[in-house]
Ligand binder design. Structure first.
Ligand code: ZN
Length: 188
């Protein structure tokens, strides 16, 4: 297993739809193992294959809720059903999210409170997870990655402008940038 470099916003693989997984083999198992290791090293609560340069429809997640229950798994070829999102004012404290492909930045974004994830596991066996709150947010964030959408693409005024400014300041938005968890710097 290995920690993989994480692609940064601007790399084409992050901005293109990923292809369905068709081969449930040792290579896929190794990829999922590396993705778990990379997510844990970052550290993060979710990581999608395009973020490590692999244009396939799978993501891993790992998040411990307020009751100390660990939600961890790999979702392959997922489908996501979401409830309508509320239209209340955004709460910057409660609704800010980040992304390992937009590292060190956080911006508030409205997400649906509930989601149902349907996917298959590494053996190709279907499973379903009903998620609320932050877990539902993680699923929406990771699912977006498989369609080539970053959360910063969804930000509303004035946060969209702020994220574009952060991207410019960091020199992102160009192909070929990545960073390696475990090293304390960005590399290209
Ligand atoms: Zn992300």
């Amino acid at each position: 297993m290995a920690v993989l470099p994480i692609r940064i916003s601007g790399d084409p693989v992050l901005h293109s739809p990923a292809a369905p997984v068709t081969a449930f083999d040792d290579e896929l198992r190794a990829l999922a193992g590396d993705m778990f290791e990379t997510m844990d090293a970052a550290p993060g609560v979710g990581l999608a294959a395009p973020q490590v340069g692999v244009p396939l429809r799978l993501f891993v997640y790992g998040w411990t809720d307020d009751d100390d229950v660990l939600h961890r798994g790999v979702a392959i070829n997922p489908v996501l059903w979401i409830s309508p999102a509320s239209i209340d004012e955004l709460d910057e404290d409660e609704e800010s999210e980040g992304c390992l492909s937009f590292p060190g930045e956080r911006f508030p974004l409205r997400r649906s409170q509930s989601a149902i994830l349907q996917a298959v596991d590494l053996d190709g066996e279907p499973f379903e997870v009903r998620a609320e709150g932050w877990l539902a947010r993680i699923f929406q964030h990771e699912f977006d990655h498989l369609d080539g959408v970053l959360y910063v693409d969804r930000l509303r005024h004035p946060y969209g402008k702020a994220s574009a400014k952060a991207s410019r300041k960091n020199g992102w938005g160009v192909p070929g940038l990545s960073w390696l968890p475990g090293r304390d710097h960005l590399e290209d």
